[in-house]
Ligand binder design. Structure first.
Ligand SMILES: [Zn+2]
Length: 254
């Protein structure tokens, strides 16, 4: 009985994902995310609405611009699929509630930050700073965190990473983690609470070291290979959002 609803929520999520693609491309260039409408980056042709449908258009056009045939990045449908899937997963967890809307905003922010950080090695303040405020507001309707837990989450997220970053800089004489990571973890703390800050950091470090070691072997590069930490924090936050209770219970036997 729920399948039509789930399909509708997936389509809604994928459409938001399509908008996130615009943000991912334009925010780092400080261009408007509203105007102009999407153009092919190669031939400049304005993309018609029927060629701009999430995922479907990419498949129908076989990943190429209709006019000039240039390849379209597979990252676009990836972001759309991912956002659609996250919308469904969150709805199944939270139902049709205000909290669902709040945490979907959170997930959308994490997706956007991940792909901007992968591409540009920056985490825009225009996402993370308002995100902290929105997270604190969402805590008032959230079944996952109390307002006090959210406030402590901001302090823990900002404080812990700031401490690590300062310590690293003092020891190694160069910046290891950007200020963007600190603000991102503060935003994660606002949405998920202080306990989740530690779950997020643990999961992010675990995935980060596995991928880091893999990349070092593969590229035979030295340890200076800079991998952005933002995507790992975002991944860790999602793991914490969906499985945090179980992870905490496993460690503390609660
Ligand atoms: Zn084109």
């Amino acid at each position: 009985m729920e399948w039509p609803v789930i399909a509708a929520i997936f389509v809604f999520g994928a459409m938001i994902g399509s908008f996130l693609n615009v943000c991912i491309v334009r925010l780092p260039e400080e261009r408007s995310i509203v105007r102009p409408r999407s153009h092919c980056p190669s031939c400049g042709h304005q993309i018609a609405w029927y060629d701009n449908l999430p995922v479907v258009s990419f498949v129908l056009l076989r990943g190429r611009c209709r006019v000039c045939g240039v390849r379209i990045s597979p990252l676009y449908p990836t972001v759309e699929l991912l956002t659609g899937a996250l919308a469904v997963a969150l709805w199944m967890r939270l139902g049709t509630t205000l909290a669902f809307a709040g945490y979907f905003l959170f997930a959308a922010a994490l997706v956007t930050i991940t792909f901007i950080d992968l591409d540009h090695r920056i985490i825009p303040d225009v996402i993370s700073l308002p995100g902290i405020v929105v997270g604190l507001a969402v805590s008032f309707v959230s079944p996952l965190v109390t307002p006090l837990g959210a406030l402590l989450g901001v302090l823990a997220g900002g404080g812990v990473l700031l401490g690590i970053a300062t310590g690293y800089e003092m020891l190694r004489g160069r910046e290891g983690m950007g200020g963007g990571d600190v603000k991102l973890l503060a935003m994660i703390g606002a949405f998920l609470g202080w306990q989740s800050v530690f779950v997020t950091l643990m999961v992010a470090s675990l995935i980060g070291s596995i991928i880091g070691v893999g990349l070092m072997i593969y590229q035979r590069a030295d340890t200076k290979l800079a991998i952005p930490f933002g995507p790992f924090l975002a991944g860790g936050a999602l793991v914490s959002l969906f499985f945090g209770d179980r992870i905490l219970a496993f460690y503390f036997g609660a």
